[in-house]
Design a protein around this ligand. Structure first.
Ligand SMILES: [Fe+2]
Length: 320
């Protein structure tokens, strides 16, 4: 039993699997419905495609110019202290140090993000994208590509990508990763599903969908984006309604420093704003503070009282 899955007690369904890759039309229907799926795709033969993390580090160690990032999502508190110490000692995550980092902090994984042509080509050379994704499906999302590599035991804790109006995909170059996905906060009924992604498996999920991962066998994947559909009745449009239903604790996970709100469809920005419940019972939208339930009114009264006290104190100071 994986101790990191959260929440622990739920009926777990399985993720939809296409036995043959979907057509572009079928794929587009997922941009409308937001339903996650998995399918096996072709990995075109490639002489230098890495088969291990060491091979990846060797290949990109000489060509990758941008910084690399280590994710410590599954580190224990003790290991986290060790990690901070490692950084304080002047170390920096790099392909060169990747093997040592994995040995010292086996639950971390390494990622690179390609934002310019040079780096995107490095990733696309290893794997571009499946045929069923067309140019008009990608839009601005095509501006970045990611790769994630980690040992068994690494992974990411339950979270939601709030990068905006996109769906994400991941194609596994080697290794095995277990995924657990959940319906967006506020959507009823709550459904949780699980799937194992192996070499050549293409995973698809959208902004708003909970997901967490657990690497079962040293793995490396390529990650890209596609545009969500905003047509009437689409998943993207319903997200705003789901957010209205959800409690603050559920929504807290939606905010993310990686947010690119201004690159999105306005209705998506609205959805993101609705997720910013920072004070229990209060929804903050721009300059408006909207109370929800008795606790919200109480919180608003406390806030207002605090504002008055501050104002009185300031006036007193001025007059002294
Ligand atoms: Fe994610």
């Amino acid at each position: 039993m994986n101790p990191f899955w959260y929440p622990p007690h739920l009926d777990i369904g399985s993720v939809l699997r296409y036995t043959t890759p979907p057509t572009n039309e079928q794929f587009k229907s997922h941009l409308v419905s937001g339903e996650p799926f998995i399918t096996r795709v072709d990995l075109p033969p490639h002489p230098n495609r890495p088969k291990t993390l060491d091979e990846w580090a060797e290949l990109f160690g000489t060509t990758w110019k941008d910084p690399v990032q280590m994710w410590q999502n599954r580190l224990s508190n003790e290991d986290m202290n060790g990690w901070r110490q490692w950084l304080r000692e002047g170390n920096e995550p790099s392909f060169e140090a990747f093997r040592d980092m994995r040995a010292d902090f086996p639950n971390t994984y390494l990622s690179v993000v390609a934002n310019d042509m040079y780096h995107k080509e490095l990733i696309k050379d290893l794997y571009d994208r499946p045929e069923f994704i067309r140019d008009d499906d990608t839009g601005w999302g095509e501006t970045s590509r990611w790769m994630y590599g980690g040992e068994a035991g690494a992974g990411v804790a339950n979270h939601i990508d709030t990068i905006g109006c996109v769906c994400s995909w991941s194609t596994m170059l080697f290794g095995t990763k277990r995924w657990r996905l959940g319906t967006p906060p506020g959507e009823e009924p709550v459904e949780v599903s699980e799937v194992v992604q192996e070499q050549g498996d293409f995973m698809f999920w959208c902004a708003g969908t909970w997901h967490q991962t657990w690497i079962e066998e040293e793995s490396l994947d390529v990650h890209g984006y596609v545009k969500l559909s905003y047509e009437q009745g689409s998943y993207a449009r319903n997200l705003v309604g789901f957010a209205e239903n959800a409690g603050r604790r559920e929504l807290d996970g939606w905010t993310n420093v990686m947010e690119v709100a201004d690159s999105c469809n306005p209705s998506n920005v609205e959805w993101i704003n609705r997720t910013r419940h920072r004070i229990p019972g209060l929804v903050i939208r721009g300059w408006r503070i909207i109370p929800r339930g008795p606790f919200g009114w109480l919180a608003l009264a406390v806030l207002a009282g605090w504002g008055v006290v501050r104002m009185v104190r300031r006036r007193k100071k001025k007059s002294e």
